[in-house]
Design a protein around this ligand. Structure first.
Ligand SMILES: NC(=O)C1=CN([C@@H]2O[C@H](COP(=O)(O)OP(=O)(O)OC[C@H]3O[C@@H](n4cnc5c(N)ncnc54)[C@H](O)[C@@H]3O)[C@@H](O)[C@H]2O)C=CC1
Ligand SMILES: O=C(O)[C@@H]1CCC=N1
Length: 282
């Protein structure tokens, strides 16, 4: 199998790499990783996963058929201008960059090559990502199948229209962080009430895993599952009433909306920078 290159060696690249190796979709030897300047990080990733690391774009892109863009949206314009000389329409470019459209990537690359935009999440590292993918204009069935297989190795995959990607980003791309925040809040509350951190962690983690398992395994809706726990005038009712009073649902709704809007803003920023660079050339 031809190699897969990760441009960017941050948390998302690492989550994907560890999931792909774990699921044996690629061996460490078939993965090449590069970043901008942090040598220690490349050494660490090479030591952990047995991947090859290099900053010689020309050399590594010659060996690759799939190139995963895993750097931050703010670096897109600069990084793609560095990469475009060594990329061609023979490469399948898979971007996990939040907010940035397949058209922006194609325009920045300056040629009509296949680009697939994906939004995984960091649960990829344990094979549990929820990933949405969408295809750019120059992809074919083979590219789509390959991208699907790659993300299926690290979790569940759904295909969406590109317009949905901003919402997906704020919902399931960022989603694990919202649940971690809830866990943090529950843990802090338990400690404040006098429980040891260790006990709180054990109880909350298992409660979280159990609730996720119930949502998945049961044929009841989350609403019904919640009602099943809520005895009249009991503890859950008291707790939920307080969440309602503190506008829990409204907060979550605003959280998803603002995260979606932020993805749109990041995409627009790239489009504006792209338009400015085109007009400065004329
Ligand atoms: N962290 C997450 O949970 C998720 C992140 N994403 C997306 O993944 C991308 C990466 O996010 P993180 O891993 O969190 O960021 P990070 O900041 O941890 O890593 C970014 C990496 O890109 C590298 N980089 C920047 N410019 C480069 C260049 N020209 N050549 C080579 N490497 C370059 C940096 O050196 C760094 O290794 C972002 O676009 C983000 O929107 C998508 C889904 C979830
Ligand atoms: O926070 C971010 O911008 C990225 C995109 C989805 C998750 N992390």
């Amino acid at each position: 199998m031809s190699k897969i290159v990760f441009i960017g060696a941050g948390s998302m690249a690492e989550a994907m790499i560890s999931g792909l190796i774990e699921k044996k979709m690629y061996s460490g030897k078939e993965i090449i990783v590069t970043n901008r300047s942090n040598d220690e990080r490349l050494q660490e990733i090479s030591r952990l996963y047995g991947v090859t690391t290099s900053r010689d774009y020309t050399k590594i892109l010659k060996k690759a058929s799939v190139v995963v863009l895993a750097f931050k949206p703010k670096d897109v314009v600069e990084s793609l201008s560095l990469l475009k000389e060594d990329l061609s329409s023979d490469h399948l470019v898979i971007s996990v960059i939040a907010g940035v459209s397949t058209d922006s990537i194609t325009n920045l690359l300056g040629f009509e090559g296949p680009v697939i935009r994906a939004m995984p999440n960091t649960s990829a590292s344990i094979g549990q990502s929820a990933t949405a993918i969408t295809s750019g204009n120059w992809t074919n069935d083979k590219h789509e199948r390959l991208a699907c297989a790659l993300f299926e190795a690290i979790g569940k995959v759904i295909t969406v229209d590109e317009e949905a990607m901003h919402l997906v980003t704020g919902l399931s791309g960022s989603g694990p962080a919202y649940f971690y925040y809830m866990i943090e809040a529950m843990q802090d509350a338990a400690v404040q009430e006098g429980m040891t951190e260790e006990t709180a962690r054990e109880l909350i983690f298992q409660t979280f895993v159990g609730a996720a398992g119930m949502v998945k395994a049961s044929n009841k809706t989350p609403h019904q599952l919640r009602k099943d726990i809520t005895s009249p005038n009991g503890t859950t009712e008291a707790g939920i009433k307080m969440l309602q009073q503190e506008q829990f649902k409204e907060s979550i709704s605003s959280c998803i909306k603002i995260a979606k809007n932020r993805s749109e803003e990041m995409g627009k920023d790239i489009e504006e920078r792209l338009a400015a660079s085109i007009s400065s050339r004329h």
